[in-house]
Unconditional design. Structure first.
Length: 642
């Protein structure tokens, strides 16, 4: 049975000044489908959702909704008057039931109780007598228990959950979500993921969370080149089919470029050499030239930035404690950071993750204990609230204030403009004023200014918020090859799995678990022993959901060796020693092969006097070098076998 269409978009066109966001955009949404929207920052994802939900206008086109369709829209940055309580905010969604309850309460609190009987009848009809109880149930499920807390006192994550509760209370037919995982902790993200997997509601969503996309959505819409590409499958299917499309386009562009070069060579000949068919071929050439100039290859962006040298001493936290009143962040915490380590920090909101890295940076002081940082360490800090730009500056000028040229190492440099292009800022965007950038473009510019200072220890606090998937892929590749240390605080599970080799799990009340492996491996270990059931909004409507299997990457040797260094009671190979141990095995094998070759040559009787003299001098040096390396190898092998 065919699914009915609940939304039909026809020929939608939207411009902001000279920037074309959408040009004759058309797509439809079927009932029960869960659709994810993917695009680069600045391509108009949030603008499209705002247009569909009536928050922005458009130049041309038609938007047709199914009659009586209930739509719930979770904005990227929800807003409520700060003086409202949480409970009062949950009456702001304007649903019929909420309006009836408010009308009843107003009549009840007005002298003379005007029309009270009418409102009582409406309450009966709408079955609204338990509405306040339902609000509390939804809020509690979303871990909001301060019903009388003021909106102005809530964190970003709490405000997002209040807004989500408000939308779920309307029982919409279609959920429209703009970056729903931003500011939510991992526990809440996984709850929302399971809830959306099981709900029968239709879904239209913008998110950078690739695990979320893969497990929740069964359709993907990609906004690119001012149009839309549709893929009937999840995120993994989209990646496969998108690459096929790119390969086909690149191949077509290559063929077109080859033909254009051939025809251009013909055009450069003298008119007499072109032959009698010159006129028609000239006309065809100009058409070909136009096509060639309007066709481009889509190459994968690659980020290169030189990191400064980092010594063997990074930092050591010696039995550090920190508390704010009764709230304990750290308690006698010991940690010895290894060279080239890539650490992920996870945990629920409010467990002290950001405080931890601010202590490391010297922004916050510990109550007791000592933090010792190596002299060669050069921090690069990307913080949640660190973006400070003059909105009236142009993008290129903001970067040039830091440096005109960026050192890539090995004698290579890039100009500020070329470096911005590596961060997916084309020349026309570089000369835009900063106030014209989207939220994601601002985040990308901020990241650019952090990396171009050539740090050797990167601390990234929620770097994935508002960044598009293309930028995340570029950043992931850069961080995997980064020749320095990295600490990442993030709720993006996919990002963590791709970059980090072990995690610190902040469990609250000063308890921190050090887990050797990536986030997926940690969650698998927890799920295998966790018996707590999944609690949906309506406990009678759903059964317990189990997370889908994830493809977990094996922990790297660097992760294992770094993890074994952490406590003073244990002695394990450090990352540097591990590399030395592996290199020694290769060196010893090469030296033994060289010695065998020399001994064989000396026994052959075919060498000249000069060769015999040279080999005789080399042989004792080889023996001495072999002895030295073999002794060091034995020392390290004893540690490795513990």
């Amino acid at each position: 049975m065919a699914q009915s269409t609940i939304l039909d978009v026809r020929g939608l066109t939207k411009r902001i000044g000279s920037l074309v966001l959408m040009d004759n955009l058309s797509f439809s949404l079927a009932e029960g489908r869960k659709v994810g929207i993917i695009a680069k920052n600045g391509a108009g994802k949030s603008t499209l959702l705002n247009i569909l939900c009536g928050d922005e206008d458009y130049e041309a086109g038609e938007i047709v909704w199914r009659r009586d369709l209930r739509v719930g829209y979770l904005r990227q940055n929800p807003w409520y008057p700060e003086q409202l309580t949480v409970m009062e905010a949950c009456f702001q969604h304007g649903s019929e039931v909420a309006n009836i309850v408010q009308g009843y309460q107003q009549a009840l609190n007005t002298p003379g109780h005007p029309d009270l009987n009418l409102w009582v009848e409406r309450m009966d009809t709408a079955r609204a007598w338990d509405y306040e109880t339902r609000i509390k149930q939804v809020l509690t499920t979303l871990k909001i228990t301060g019903f009388n807390d003021k909106i102005g006192q809530l964190s970003g994550g709490q405000l997002k959950r209040v807004a989500l509760a408000n939308i779920l209370l309307t029982e919409p037919d279609l959920l429209v979500l703009d970056e729903p995982t931003n500011h939510l902790d991992l526990e809440m993200i996984e709850w929302l993921e399971r809830y959306l997997q099981q709900t029968s509601m239709s879904l239209l969503m913008v998110t950078h969370d690739r695990y979320f996309l893969d497990r929740v959505c069964n359709d993907i819409l990609e906004l690119a080149d001012h149009t839309v590409y549709s893929y009937h499958g999840n995120y993994s299917y989209y990646l496969e089919k998108r690459q096929e499309r790119i390969d086909q386009r690149n191949a077509a562009a290559e063929r077109l470029g080859s033909l254009y070069r051939k025809e251009l060579e013909w055009m450069h000949r003298s008119p007499q050499a072109r032959g009698h068919k010159a006129k028609s071929r000239e006309e065809a050439f100009y058409k070909l030239e136009e096509r060639a100039h309007n066709t481009f290859r889509e190459d994968k962006a690659r980020l290169e930035v030189k990191s400064t040298y980092i010594g063997s001493k990074i930092f050591e936290m010696s039995y550090v404690s920190k508390a704010f009143g009764d709230k304990v962040i750290l308690k006698d915490f010991y940690y010895n950071f290894a060279r080239y380590e890539k650490l992920g920090i996870v945990g629920n909101n409010g467990t002290g993750k950001t405080t931890f890295i601010k202590m490391l940076l010297g922004i916050v002081s510990p109550d007791s204990g000592r933090i010792s940082v190596g002299q060669t360490v050069r921090f690069g800090y990307y913080s949640q609230d660190g973006m400070q730009f003059n909105q009236q500056m142009r993008v290129i000028d903001a970067v040039r204030e830091i440096a005109e040229y960026v050192d890539l190492g090995k004698g290579r440099t890039l100009s500020a403009g070329q470096f911005l292009q590596k961060f997916l800022f084309p020349p026309e965007t570089q000369h835009n004023y900063i106030y014209k950038l989207s939220g994601g473009e601002l985040r990308r510019l901020y990241l650019c200014t952090v990396l171009m200072r050539s740090p050797n220890f990167l601390i990234l606090d929620e770097p994935t918020n508002d960044l598009d998937i293309v930028t995340l892929q570029v950043l992931e590749e850069y961080l995997r090859e980064f020749e320095g240390c990295v600490i990442i605080v993030s709720h993006d599970r996919y990002f963590m799995d791709k970059v980090v080799d072990h995690v610190l799990v902040f469990q609250g009340e000063g308890r921190i678990k050090d887990f050797p492996g990536n986030y997926t491996q940690y969650r698998d270990s927890v799920i295998s022993t966790d018996t707590k059931p999944f609690t949906p909004i309506d406990t009678a409507a759903y059964k317990r959901a189990k997370l889908p299997d994830e493809t977990a990457e094996k922990s790297s040797p660097r992760a294992k060796s770094a993890a074994k260094e952490r406590t003073p009671q244990q002695r394990r190979l450090s990352y540097k020693e591990k590399r030395e141990y592996e290199q020694l095995e290769r060196d010893i094998e090469a030296l033994e092969a060289e010695k065998a070759s020399i001994v064989g040559a000396l026994s052959s009787g075919t060498l000249s006097v000069e060769e015999i003299t040279a080999y005789s001098k080399r042989l004792p040096l080889l023996d001495a070098e072999l002895d030295e390396k073999s002794l060091r190898w034995l020392e390290l092998s004893e540690i490795a076998e513990k």
